[in-house]
Design a protein around this ligand. Structure first.
Ligand SMILES: Cc1cc2nc3c(=O)[nH]c(=O)nc-3n(C[C@H](O)[C@H](O)[C@H](O)COP(=O)(O)O)c2cc1C
Length: 317
């Protein structure tokens, strides 16, 4: 299956975000026309070893399609075995994480540690590609460890090892999430011939148009989508009308179908502070939500907030 056949008009991707891009949030973004979603990063090794928590992260809503499963690891055989699991095969494609800068991940040789070992990175890509057959494989990486001098070669290595597309976060590992994304190498990386999703600080249609004009196939949006799933409609240039309180309720109720109340309450605390970010008078509500003990309590606090500010429930564009 070609990458092109996955996308209609919307060449947008919800960038994978651990702790945020759960199946429910992905489905919500779907309502606003996102082109492709990606799971949170999941350890290939944990999947192969049958870890229950990791397996649970594979749960998906069928309507959320196309969706790629993102794995991380550094052992080609283990990574190949993980994508042969039927629950992973059920996804429309696989994405390999080669960008995560978190110390615990890097010190294990995973995530952006692979930027320092392109040979091993290539072996991982090849092994996963051989295991998934004609399903698309993407690789997500950063510009480099402390500078971007190896970025173009890394993209070439991805292509030569069998990747079908790449998502590049235009920051280095050292930058973590600070500063701004630097897209200067976009044209050169795009020139390697793989469809490239440009990632880093994208929040508007104007940025989407500029980046695609410069050779990006599409854009991946991370933090800009948190609490603002309608950003995908904005980027696509389509109108939308959303009720934030209903969205919060839907999000929580979907999660409750799969997870216990305590887990859902903890997840929803993060999401609610994103949904209410920047809203008038929301600070007090967010503080109360963070101290809540159940999902029901969180929803009641949100209901109270929107009773006080009914005009803030609706967001249109
Ligand atoms: C809370 C959080 C969790 C993230 N988790 C992942 C992850 O699991 N896998 C991954 O490849 N990138 C992850 N990222 C990086 C994002 O996918 C994205 O590359 C980065 O946030 C830059 O894009 P943005 O400026 O649009 O947010 C994460 C970022 C954030 C903020």
């Amino acid at each position: 299956m070609s990458v092109e056949s996955l996308f209609g008009k919307a060449r947008t991707m919800l960038a994978p975000m651990a702790g945020y891009t759960d199946f429910a949030f992905r489905s919500i973004c779907r309502n606003y026309g996102v082109g492709l979603t990606v799971t949170e990063m999941i350890s290939a090794k944990a999947l192969v070893m049958g870890n229950e928590l990791s397996r649970r992260m594979l749960f998906r809503d069928k309507a959320d399609s196309p969706c790629f499963c993102q794995i991380f690891g550094h052992e080609p055989q283990v990574m190949a075995d993980s994508v042969r699991l039927p629950e992973v095969q059920a996804y429309e494609g696989v994405d390999i994480n080669m960008g995560c800068p978190v110390r615990k991940i890097v010190s294990n040789g995973d995530g952006s540690a692979l930027l320092e070992d392109p040979r091993l990175a290539g072996q991982c890509i090849r092994a996963v590609k051989d295991a998934i057959g004609n399903k698309p494989l993407s690789v997500k990486f950063r510009l480099g460890v402390s500078d971007s001098s190896g970025a173009v070669d890394f993209a070439k290595m991805c292509r030569d090892s069998g990747a079908d597309m790449i998502t590049v976060h235009f920051r280095t590992r050292r930058q973590m999430y600070s500063g701004t994304a630097d897209f200067r190498l976009l044209e050169q990386i795009a020139h390697m011939g793989l469809p490239i999703f440009a990632n880093g600080d994208v929040v508007s249609r104007q940025q989407y148009l500029q980046l695609t004009e410069r050779g990006a196939y599409g854009v991946a949006v991370g933090r800009g989508a948190l609490g603002r799933p309608y950003v995908f409609s904005e980027i696509a240039g389509t109108s939308y009308c959303t009720d934030i309180f209903e969205t919060i309720q839907t999000h929580a109720h979907m999660l409750l179908q799969v997870y216990g109340d305590r887990v859902v309450a903890n997840e929803m605390k993060k999401h609610v502070s994103a949904y209410l970010k920047g809203m008038r008078g929301a600070k007090q509500c967010v503080v109360a939500v963070n101290g809540a003990h159940s999902t029901e309590q969180i929803l009641q606090l949100c209901a109270r907030y929107f009773d006080e500010y009914p005009q803030l429930r609706r967001v249109e564009g």
